[in-house]
Ligand binder design. Structure first.
Ligand code: ADP
Length: 490
């Protein structure tokens, strides 16, 4: 029928626009390397901020002693303690405690927020290893992961640039974050020093490097996305003369803001961007991160539904922004005796990964979560295809981003951005990229498409030397490790 043909036309056009042949991906790789270069050349020289972290040493495995970490990044904060024995241990067993920040505190004053955190820290420290009260005499050292935009002044200090993600405390903007915490700790009579102030990707790189010294970069694929990597000091042109360190430094790329004219962008992406809370910003993030994947799918489905009668009248829930980024219930109530009612995964992957021939899970999500009953099988198949197009594009662009970093540091087998050398005279070194985030760890299709594209771009001679390693709890444990690296004792 004509209307069905129109729906197929919408899908075909989308597939064509979202195509990411390896030639296009290589253009994105080059663009990433070029933008990185520009962002390092001058402040504001690129959409990539390429922020200095002042982390010029990474954990080596020889760290010793007890260290703490505090991870603040949203509506929860976490406190950890790790004990390091001086010999790299493959399993670090931290003591962890998590607490929610009540909504009214997230919007009150910095004193209220940090008093709450410092009290919890004090209790945690006082309780000691075995839960009994201990007398702590030595000054504790803390790695502080604060995942909001911070302009770093030194490895342990920086000012908050702006409030994001539910944090609305006006008196904190442009304040020294570490100072706020240290003042609260002294109000609570907690003898603790902030040894490092980092963002979450840097923690992941630190933990990755602790386990494996060939780790050169860390990438997070979750609700949002970001990356950091180890850069040689002489390549950080914008700070020549200011940096006293030899060797290198970790650069926080803020890569979510990357944009290239080579992106396979569609009208749906343009609309998504203009209706978002940050138009013209975070372009790469809007193409690849967990928060936006489902939203692109929703926009296409809404258009299909308006142009045809695949769902009868246009279902009202399809008009709810970000409904696909919320979660759908898994098609099981029990797994090895564990009730799964409350296990929620986002609709896009639940539908995409429905491997039942009749697409039962897709039908169930449409009916229960989107309130669209009795959708015929051929439409359900179309929806799965749609999820596939969007996720495949995201994963392949993500792979190109990773290779862009490798290219910038000369680990893509091509001899680096300045070139000069040919493939054959470069001996490719083993290169590890630490990865964190459940978009990568939980969404199998995303992960597989990413790996596939990585191989296509790098080729089979180089690809085996590049290892993506999942790192868990980098923002916590990694920060404690950095506290050890930057300890007064070391
Ligand atoms: P964070 O919110 O700190 O990034 P995570 O790394 O756990 O935390 O990422 C959570 C996000 O990852 C979710 O918001 C969702 O977008 C995405 N995500 C998690 N699990 C899945 C999944 N199975 N399929 C698709 N996306 C997922």
């Amino acid at each position: 029928r004509r209307k069905w043909r129109r729906v197929l036309g919408v899908l075909a056009e989308l597939e064509e626009r979202c195509a990411t042949p390896v030639g296009k991906l290589k253009q994105v790789v080059d663009a990433m390397a070029v933008e990185m270069h520009a962002g390092l050349a001058s402040e504001g020289g690129s959409k990539l901020k390429m922020l200095l972290t002042f982390v010029d040493r990474l954990p080596s495995g020889s760290e010793k002693g007890t260290y703490y970490a505090l991870d603040v990044g949203g509506t929860n904060f976490r406190i950890l303690r790790v004990q390091l024995g001086g010999q790299r241990s493959s399993i670090l067993e931290p003591h962890v405690e998590q607490q929610a920040v009540p909504a009214h505190v997230m919007t009150s004053t910095s004193e209220n927020l940090f008093d709450l955190i410092a009290s919890a820290l004090k209790e945690f420290v006082d309780r000691g290893e075995d839960g009994s009260k201990t007398l702590v005499s030595r000054r504790g050292e803390l790695g502080f992961t604060f995942s909001f935009p911070v302009k770093q002044r030194s490895v342990s200090s920086g000012i908050l640039i702006k409030c994001t993600k539910g944090l609305h405390i006006e008196d904190m903007v442009r304040r020294e974050v570490t100072e706020c915490l240290e003042q609260a700790m002294s109000r609570k009579r907690l003898n603790m020093r902030v040894a490092v102030l980092v963002n979450d990707t840097v923690g992941t790189l630190a933990l990755g490097h602790y386990h494996d010294e060939d780790t050169v970069a860390a990438v997070i694929f979750g609700t949002g996305t970001n990356a950091c990597y180890w850069e040689r000091t002489d390549a950080i042109i914008k700070c020549q003369g200011l940096l006293t360190t030899f060797g290198g430094m970790v650069i926080n790329m803020e890569w979510g803001n990357f944009w290239s004219s080579h992106f396979p962008s569609t009208s749906y992406d343009t609309d998504l961007d203009s209706h978002s809370s940050s138009p013209n910003d975070q372009g790469f993030e809007k193409m690849i991160s967990g928060m936006y994947l489902g939203e692109a799918v929703r926009r296409v489905l809404l258009r299909m539904s308006r142009e045809s009668d695949i769902f009868g009248t246009v279902p009202s829930r399809l008009s709810v922004p970000f409904i696909f980024s919320l979660t759908g219930l898994m098609n099981a109530t029990e797994f090895h005796g564990i009730p799964l009612f409350n296990f929620r995964i986002p609709m896009i992957s639940a539908m995409h990964e429905d491997d039942s021939p009749e697409l039962i899970e897709v039908a169930r999500i449409l009916e229960d979560d989107l309130e669209i009953p009795d959708v015929p099988l051929k439409v359900r198949k179309l929806i799965v295809k749609l999820c596939n197009v969007v996720t495949r594009r995201a994963a392949r662009l993500a792979a190109a981003g990773i290779v862009g970093i490798l290219k910038k540091i000369g680990r893509d087998g091509s001899g680096g951005i300045t070139g000069g050398r040919t493939r054959s005279d470069v001996k490719m070194r083993r290169t590890v990229v630490a990865i964190e985030g459940s978009l990568y760890t939980s969404y199998t299709m995303f992960r597989e498409y990413l790996h596939e594209a990585l191989w296509e771009i790098l080729g089979e001679d180089i690809a085996p030397h590049v290892i993506l390693k999942v790192i868990e709890d980098g923002p916590g444990i990694g920060a404690a490790l950095l506290a050890a690296t930057y300890s007064k004792d070391s």
